[in-house]
Design a protein around this ligand. Structure first.
Ligand code: GCB
Length: 628
């Protein structure tokens, strides 16, 4: 792939500008402010900010002592949300998890009786039980994806103070995503720190009879010079006791869209659809991340009930003959893996930190980012604006076959995949849906079942995106028919770093042939290196694992080999920045700084390691997109 266009430094400037664009809402006295930090939302959502209360329940007495009914502040401390209660505590007990209780005392920002209210959590790790004014209102399992619960009309105080109590249990089970487990040395296993708590924002959603339950804006681009066809769909739910005849309208860019008038049954649903033809679309590309503003509106006899906004981008992503094509062009993407971690706040990262992650990825020359879980919606917005693609994965991480075998476990995995697609599919930055990371490297019938069902679900919900899986790069795995349904294979490749089973990846010189064998196994699938990386936390000789020199040599060697594989659709360095992983982590480094995972190009404090410049040079000079 010669003639390809390298990235310009103008894109870096674009990101900086884009980051300034998302203006925060003004904070009201009670900490409840209208609006969301992200775009894809109705206009009737209120941030439940301000002061919250918290109490830790390591003794496990909260339920029996009825914390859920408490209205006094004895035993509670003031906090803010999001907040990971164990950020900065690197002990084994911190990692194993416990129970914490959050409480928000609040008055509704709008006391009109016809309004219904939901509470929406963007991410809670891990098991959540919620009470309103002492009455249970719902439960949820799983972090990194939003969930909503209705505030019952009976029990909700229209004018007085309401008490919302949230019990969070982050003790990991082997059936959780990610699962608990033990390492060979008997330490708790896991790929990133088990931060307990409400890790992303909480919102109240006001419903004036009609709620928008989902919005899909799906651009289809048959060829890069073709007109685009945009499918728009809005599903609404009627909370009223009688049917309502409502009108839906909207816009796509400057194009006005009529979605029609329909009667929505009492307590029932209705969907409104429209198609928009964009004759000369301004395509979304990593170098020109053009976005179209999309609006929806539901009205009742000319009176607006709710509005909804989302940004869309017109581009196509397909796998054709073993290559990933973006807008019909071959790609050789270069990227970085990320974690939403921060030395002070853990996974409850601030808007500034979110912006920093995206800015750093752009600065190093990445065009794709990957995490082991769905990213914060703001990061996805920033990626849309910055022209960064996202490998979007659910935390079905190293789940052992004995657990994946259980129907309950596969059911939760399927739910997470579906919810990820429903919540995040409008982002043009999302390149593919990944159904997991490093399941057994020798898949059998259980994994085959999981993969086939996941691919089917993903394609049903979103036929426009490829489906992928990240696998252990072990030669002994051979060609696996169980991967048949996948469009994309991601290889986590640590040749020359870890020895691997029976030392099979110890010698980096065997990596090139191994990659060719993967290609030969899956000639029709797009192949990515979904991870490669080496720990570095000190100066020292190039031959010694864990030194900056070793890491530099490692990235040069690996990226050098990838450059000789014209069929490779991309490579993603693991990771952009250091993060907390688990107690007694060594990561293959003879002198580790546990619990810090040290393969980052940036230290946990944000400073650059020497390999940063190597990766930046190689990424910015690699032609990542074929010419039109
Ligand atoms: C992997 C995992 C990743 C780890 C990495 C490592 O394959 O997917 O989460 O951090 O290896 O450094 O061992």
């Amino acid at each position: 792939m010669h003639h390809l266009r390298p990235l310009t430094s103008a894109t870096v400037l674009l990101v900086a500008l884009a980051l300034l664009a998302g203006a925060p809402a003004v904070r009201a006295a009670d900490g409840i402010t209208r609006g969301t930090t992200y775009r894809d939302a109705p206009d009737s959502r209120y941030l439940l900010g301000g002061d919250w209360l918290f109490r830790l329940d390591t003794a496990g007495v909260g339920l029996s002592e009825k914390f859920q009914r408490q209205t006094g502040t004895d035993g509670w401390v003031t906090t803010t949300v999001p907040r990971a209660w164990n950020a900065g505590d690197n002990s084994v007990t911190s990692f194993q998890g416990t129970v914490g209780w959050y409480r928000k005392d609040f008055k509704l920002p709008d006391d009109r009786a016809r309004m219904n209210w939901l509470v929406r959590f963007e991410s809670v790790n891990y098991r959540t039980s919620v009470w309103l004014n002492g009455k249970p209102i719902g439960r949820n399992t799983g972090a990194y994806l939003p969930f909503e619960m209705r505030l019952p009309r009976k029990g909700l105080k229209r004018t007085g103070t309401n008490h919302l109590v949230v019990r969070v249990d982050n003790r990991r089970l082997p059936t959780d995503f990610p699962p608990s487990g033990l390492t060979g040395a008997g330490d708790p296993a896991g790929g990133w720190w088990n931060y307990g708590g409400i890790l992303r924002e909480v919102y109240l959603q006001r419903i004036d009879r009609i709620d928008v339950t989902s919005v899909v804006v799906r651009p289809e681009l048959p060829c890069s010079t073709c007109a685009a066809n945009v499918g728009m769909r809005m599903t609404v739910r009627n909370y009223a006791d009688r049917p309502l005849r409502v009108t839906a309208s909207g816009s796509f860019g400057r194009e006005r869209v009529r979605l029609g008038t329909k009667s929505v049954p009492a307590h029932g649903f209705a969907s409104f659809t429209a198609r928009v033809r964009v004759t000369k679309p301004k395509l979304w590309t990593p170098t020109t991340p053009n976005l179209y503003k999309v609006r929806f509106r539901v009205s009742l006899r000319g009176h607006k009930l709710v509005g909804y906004r989302v940004d869309s981008g017109i581009r196509s992503i397909k796998v054709v003959d073993g290559r990933l094509l973006l807008n019909g062009r071959n790609v050789a993407l270069r990227g970085v893996g990320v974690h939403e971690d921060d030395p002070v706040t853990g996974f409850a990262i601030t808007p500034a930190r979110r912006a920093q992650i995206v800015a750093q990825a752009k600065e190093v020359g990445a065009t794709v980012i990957r995490a082991h879980y769905p990213l914060h919606p703001d990061i996805q917005d920033l990626a849309d604006r910055a022209g960064l693609l996202i490998w979007s994965e659910i935390p079905v991480y190293a789940v052992k076959t004995q657990y994946l075998k259980r129907a309950q476990v596969r059911k939760l995995a399927a739910k997470e995949l579906q919810q990820n697609i429903i919540a995040n599919q409008n982002h043009p930055s999302i390149m593919l849906w990944s159904i997991g990371n490093e399941l057994s490297a020798r898949p059998g019938p259980v994994q085959a079942l999981y993969i086939a069902a996941a691919v089917h679900d993903a394609k049903t919900l979103d036929p426009t995106r490829p489906v992928g899986l990240a696998i252990n790069g072990y030669p002994s795995a051979g060609c696996r028919p169980q991967y048949a349904g996948l469009d994309v294979i991601g290889v986590n490749e640590y040749f020359g770093w870890y020895p691997g089973p029976n030392g099979q990846i110890a010698d980096r010189d065997t990596m090139s042939d191994y990659l060719n064998s993967v290609r030969a196994c899956y000639p029709k699938k797009a192949i990515f290196i979904s991870e490669f990386g080496a720990e570095a936390n000190r100066d020292g000789p190039v031959e010694e694992k864990g030194t900056y020199a070793y890491q530099q040599d490692f990235v040069n060697y690996h990226l050098g080999v990838y450059a000789t594989k014209p069929w490779l659709s991309g490579a993603i360095y693991w990771a952009l920045q250091e993060f907390r992983v688990r107690p007694n982590w060594d990561g293959g480094n003879p002198h580790p700084d546990s619990p810090i995972h040290a393969k980052g190009l940036l230290r946990f404090d944000g400073s650059k390691k020497p390999a940063w410049a190597d990766v930046q040079r190689l990424y910015t000079t690699t032609p990542q997109f074929a010419p039109p």
